[in-house]
Each structure stands twice: as structure tokens, then as C-alpha cells.
Design a protein around this ligand. Structure first.
Ligand code: UDP
Ligand code: MG
Length: 139
């Protein structure tokens, strides 16, 4: 059964290009509520750990370099059917294939610098949220 929690990051390209506010606004207007929010910077080690599931993929080293190239915003979001609805809101991994009006369609630069992360399952949402935040029982 779907939970109501997902995890997102606003990636370095989107933060550097000044889209942080517009993306958060779009997320809230789509009905998500922000349960935790952090402006931070991943070291290459931490970025590599976060994406370790992709360690064998050809794009992994570049992805780690890119994700540690500048500040990011990490957030835990709540909404009914959060994981699936958020993946719809952000659009396809490759922004040239993302539906018009999706966050990646509007703000992403390339398949790598694609503006936002969104968890792909309830299980990963919990793991990824815990990678950045603790003490969530208080929410
Ligand atoms: N990525 C990349 N090249 C690719 C596929 C993915 O650089 O060919 C990057 C991109 O930033 C993507 C991340 O690796 O968001 C994780 O890939 P995944 O397949 O999990 O895509 P997502 O779940 O983010 O849509
Ligand atoms: Mg993914």
C-alpha cells in the first residue's frame, strides 16, 4: 500500500540557476506539504553513497561529480500517494521526454542536470529521507 511520504532534492543546476523558489512553489501548489527542508552541499563521498544503487552505471562518476558541484535542497514531502504523484509532477528523467508543465520540462538542462530528484518507491523514500533528516517522529 502506498504511504504518504516522498523525498526530493532540488539539484545543483536548478539551485544555481535560481529556480529553487519556483520549484518549491510548484511542489506546494501541487498539494504536497513540506515535512522537512534543508539547504546543504553534498561531498563527493556523500553523493556517491546516495546514488550507490547506480554505482555500476556508466553515468555514475559524472553524476557524483555533478551532484557535489554545488548546493542542493533536500526535502521530505507529504501527500496522499506521494511517491507516484511526485514522479508525475517532475516528469521523465530525460527532460526532452518530460511532459509539458512538469518540473523537469520547465527547469531541467539535461538528462544529468535534470533539476530534481524524486524517490521511486515508498521504501526508498524512507531510506533517502533518513539520509538527510533525523528526529522525524516529531512531525
Ligand atoms: N542520470 C544520468 N544519465 C542517465 C540516467 C540518469 O546522468 O543516462 C542521472 C540523472 O541525474 C538521474 C539520476 O542519474 O536523475 C538517477 O537516475 P535514475 O534512473 O534513478 O533517474 P530518476 O529516478 O532520477 O528519474
Ligand atoms: Mg531514480
Amino acid at each position: 500500500m502506498a504511504t504518504n511520504i516522498t523525498f526530493t532534492m532540488i539539484k545543483p543546476d536548478a539551485v544555481q540557476n535560481g529556480h529553487m523558489g519556483a520549484i518549491i512553489d510548484k511542489i506546494i501548489k501541487a498539494g504536497f506539504s513540506v515535512k522537512a527542508l534543508k539547504y546543504t552541499w553534498l561531498t563527493p563521498d556523500r553523493a556517491g553513497q546516495f546514488y550507490s544503487v547506480h554505482a555500476e552505471r556508466p553515468f555514475y562518476n559524472d553524476l557524483v561529480k555533478y551532484m557535489s558541484s554545488g548546493p542542493i535542497v533536500a526535502a521530505i514531502l507529504e501527500k496522499t500517494n506521494a511517491v507516484e504523484d511526485f514522479r508525475k509532477l517532475i516528469g521523465a528523467t530525460d527532460p526532452s521526454k518530460a511532459e509539458p508543465g512538469t518540473i523537469r520540462n520547465l527547469f531541467a538542462k539535461s538528462i544529468e542536470a535534470n533539476a530534481v530528484h524524486g524517490s521511486d518507491s515508498d521504501e526508498n523514500a524512507a531510506v533517502e529521507g533518513a539520509f538527510f533528516f533525523s528526529g522525524l517522529e516529531r512531525f
